[in-house]
Design a protein around this ligand. Sequence first.
Ligand code: P5A
Ligand code: ZN
Length: 486
Amino acid sequence: MQGQAPPRERWSREFPRWFDWVLEEAGIYDYGRYPVKGMGVWMPYGFQIRRRVVELIRSVLDSTGHEEVLFPLLIPEHLLRRESEHIRGFEGEVYWVTHGGREPLDVKLALRPTSETSISYMESFWIKSYRDLPRKFYQIVSIFRYETKATRPLIRLREVTTFKEAHTVHESFEDADRQVGEAIELYKRIFDELGIPYVISRRPEWDKFAGAVYTVAFDLVMPDGRTLQIGTAHHLGQNFTIPFEVRIQLRDESLDYAWQTSYGLSDRVIASLIAVHGDDRGPVIPPNVAPIQVVIVPIPAKTEEERRLVEEALERVKSELERAGLRYHVDSREDVRPGRKFYEWEAKGVPLRLELGPRDARQGTVVAARRDTGEKKTLPIEGLGEEARRLLEEIRANLRRRAWQWLRSMVHRAESVEEAKRLLEEKRGIVELPWCGREECGLRLEEQVDAGVLGSPLEPPEWVRGKRCPVCGRPAVTSIRVAKKY
Ligand code: P5A
Ligand code: ZN
């Protein structure tokens, strides 16, 4: 029996409301009720998803020579101010601790908005020679930013609770450059594991990280067609090692300042996996991070003998799933009707549901319903563990495929400003145009299309060859991406 794929009307048309509803309905993140703006509570179910995402990030970093550390939350004012571009960028977003009890503090302390300054400060003691390099540190911590744009749960927080920041040190510009390349590869791996599609852009000069030489960013198109920056990697040059005096002895025995990179991910990774795999019924949590991979809903039996049959079949189903190492839950609530249960587990995004009624029990089968496609089929209990594993793998692949398809359908090309404007209004998503590469034209374009610039692909694309910049008419050297941004 083939089910219709669940509709995605509400998901795309009312995305912000859909998202708030999902976080609450699924018990992921309680945002509205906590009495500090921009801060919410990870609920048990959400926390489990978060934990698995964090484990994935950790395992990718640990297996590639990154060392986990933990720095203090507080940064003294003079450290935060030491790199001028950096503080200029963050000045308006810093929370300050000014008192200890009733005493005003001698030195104001910042709640870290990011940790380049405190980490560079300590690196100046730890790193003395090229022999110590490369070093790759990371931590997964809360950071605080007094965001002034509209705050949103998991998307624009004032306490970012799942900030994974990596900080690396190198002996040359080129090594740091290569490290940015590695960061991009690692982030691809992480996003691919979660089935999150992305567009990678080199951010324009006017939108790079405060204190960076250049910034590469991953963007996702959200269901409503607006883009979300879901990760960034920065070449920091010697911008922090000079003021913090991270000086090293080079191979030729001379002394020079070291080179750095930093790269970060946040709660937005979790927001994106919830957003991108959703439909009108709620999210579909990818099986590899789903707290519950399989939910079993026993269908009420009428007679004692049917009840016993279902009980017995249930034991067999459970041992099948256990043997296959799957995370399952039996919803045996007696006061809730099956229809209501289906609705609730769909809203939690459990990827696979097994229904087990008297008739199935008698036949030694269960009815399996896929959350991603809504498809239902009858499966023998014998060998169910393996079959469920296979189905979950298929669901994962399907989610990823569907998400990529959707992202691709949201990237458009235009050769004139008017066309770009029209596409942004009618189709939303990302519009790519030929570009002369000059800042002046990029900024004019932002104004003319009333959208933000994401930047350019890392390599100039083939299709712009022979084309002209729609703003100034000069030959295009690359393309530029514009989008309505979150
Ligand atoms: C890289 C890690 C940095 O802070 N320092 C350490 C560098 N880069 S960043 O671009 O400013 O932030 C990294 C990623 O964090 C996400 N992010 C946020 N997520 C939720 N709420 C926020 N207020 C917020 N601000 C930034 C973005 O995905 C960004 O790419
Ligand atoms: Zn131009």
